[in-house]
Design a protein around this ligand. Structure first.
Ligand SMILES: [Zn+2]
Length: 205
């Protein structure tokens, strides 16, 4: 057994410490609008910079299978959905569609973390359902280290719809970087007739 360490700062003895929890706390004015280089044509909202405890927790879930950290991350996403519903930026009934993860990556990491986050985040919300309707085709390269143009080429035509989605949709993702995945996800959903209202991410880089 590895010694228990905070997924945000590495302090021993606790999986997620109070200081990191404060860092992840959603303030009343969050999430914020952000402008990724590739504009998906709908508002993109983020809970904060991809840095510090937020970044460490996302990486730990994705790369090291720290499923215990899904809880604080999903809690932040839950609060973000609350605020957006309160502000009237989102309205129910609403379908939450997780942005697709490369299938090989998801398998290696023990299940798609974004879908797991979304499922936890909608718990207790009436009128919100999760539909994992998007899939990244096999052999899509990991986009880490690619320029935004290269990312767009890498993603274009590689996301497909696995199940029809109708009505209002919000796309959720863990991190928005260039916006390539978000833009292609929105495009695919719109092509099938869904009304994509926004993209919501735990972090933006
Ligand atoms: Zn910590």
């Amino acid at each position: 057994m590895l010694p228990l360490q905070c997924g945000g700062c590495g302090v021993a003895g606790v999986g997620w410490c109070a200081a990191c929890d404060r860092e992840l706390t959603v303030r009343p004015d969050q999430p914020h609008l952000v402008t990724p280089r590739l504009d998906p044509g709908v508002p993109v909202l983020s809970l904060g910079r991809y840095a510090g405890a937020r970044r460490k927790a996302v990486v730990a879930v994705k790369e090291r299978g720290r499923a215990d950290l899904l809880e604080p991350l999903a809690g932040a996403l839950h609060t973000a959905l609350d605020q957006l519903l309160t502000w009237g930026l989102l309205d129910t009934p609403l379908t939450v569609v997780p942005a697709p993860t490369r299938r090989s990556a998801a398998r290696r990491r023990g299940g798609d973390p974004v879908t797991r986050l979304a499922r936890r985040a909608v718990q207790g919300h009436h009128g919100l359902t999760v539909a994992p309707a998007l899939r990244m085709k096999a052999f899509t390269r990991d986009s880490v280290g690619l320029s935004s143009a290269a990312r767009q080429r890498n993603i274009a035509g590689r996301i497909r719809l696995t199940t029809p989605v109708a009505g209002s949709v919000v796309v959720v993702d863990d991190v928005v970087t260039t916006g390539a995945t978000a833009a292609e996800s929105v495009r695919v959903l719109q092509t099938c007739g869904a009304d994509v209202v926004a993209v919501l991410a735990l972090a933006h880089a």
